[in-house]
Design a protein around this ligand. Structure first.
Ligand SMILES: Nc1ncnc2c1ncn2[C@@H]1O[C@H](COP(=O)(O)OP(=O)(O)O)[C@@H](O)[C@H]1O
Ligand SMILES: O=C(O)C1=C[C@@H](OP(=O)(O)O)[C@@H](O)[C@H](O)C1
Ligand SMILES: [Mg+2]
Length: 166
């Protein structure tokens, strides 16, 4: 069993929002590794980062990615940092992987005042710039398709993603 499509990209790319719409359009289930991790840990992602540290979160994330790729046959979104681990990129090889590309201004606007992203609690604009600069090459490496999300609605983006799904 394998996901029909895996969605990657930085925080604010719209993975959760667009992934949910894509799943609706395909008549299949949406799954988000962040939700799986929170269920396994029994607490929100912010608490995992604060109480257990980022390495503990990344270990849970590796397990969540591997498990979801094995047992989910719908649409899968992975957290924005999942592709940083080469081990996860190796697991993604051979899948249809869509990178939702987003510029700094859009990402900042979308993430806004949301307090759920522990990496963006302080200086969100500077942190997002660092994440985008560091990770853009790995998103491109992991992806088989790149979709530009700038100035487009989640519905328009979902329509484009669906076109790539067999
Ligand atoms: N194309 C878009 N245009 C405007 N706002 C968007 C778009 N995609 C997502 N958003 C909004 O941006 C925020 C972050 O989206 P989300 O799907 O949680 O991103 P991710 O899962 O990639 O971090 C949400 O409030 C969402 O409603
Ligand atoms: O970019 C990251 O390292 C992270 C992104 C988050 O997911 P979203 O990309 O859905 O915000 C979540 O996995 C965690 O806060 C770490
Ligand atoms: Mg998300």
């Amino acid at each position: 069993m394998a996901p029909r499509v895996v969605i990657v990209g930085p925080p604010g790319a719209g993975k959760t929002t667009v992934g949910t719409l894509v799943a609706q359009r395909l008549g299949t289930e949406f799954r988000d590794t962040d939700v799986d991790i929170e269920r396994t840990a029994g607490k929100p992602i912010t608490d995992i980062f604060v109480e257990d540290g980022e390495p503990a979160f990344r270990a849970l994330e590796r397990d969540a990615v591997a498990q979801a790729l094995n047992e989910h046959d719908g649409v899968l979104a992975v957290g924005g940092g999942a592709v940083v681990a080469a081990e996860n990129r190796a697991l993604l090889a051979g899948h249809l992987v869509v990178f939702l590309d987003v510029g700094l201004a859009d990402a900042v606007a979308r993430v806004g005042l949301n307090r759920d992203r522990p990496l963006l609690l302080e200086s969100p604009r500077a942190q997002l710039k660092r994440l985008l600069d560091e990770r853009r090459p790995v998103y491109l490496e992991a992806a088989t398709v790149t979709v530009d999300t700038g100035g487009r609605s989640p519905e328009e983006i979902a329509d484009e993603v669906v076109k790539h799904v067999a």
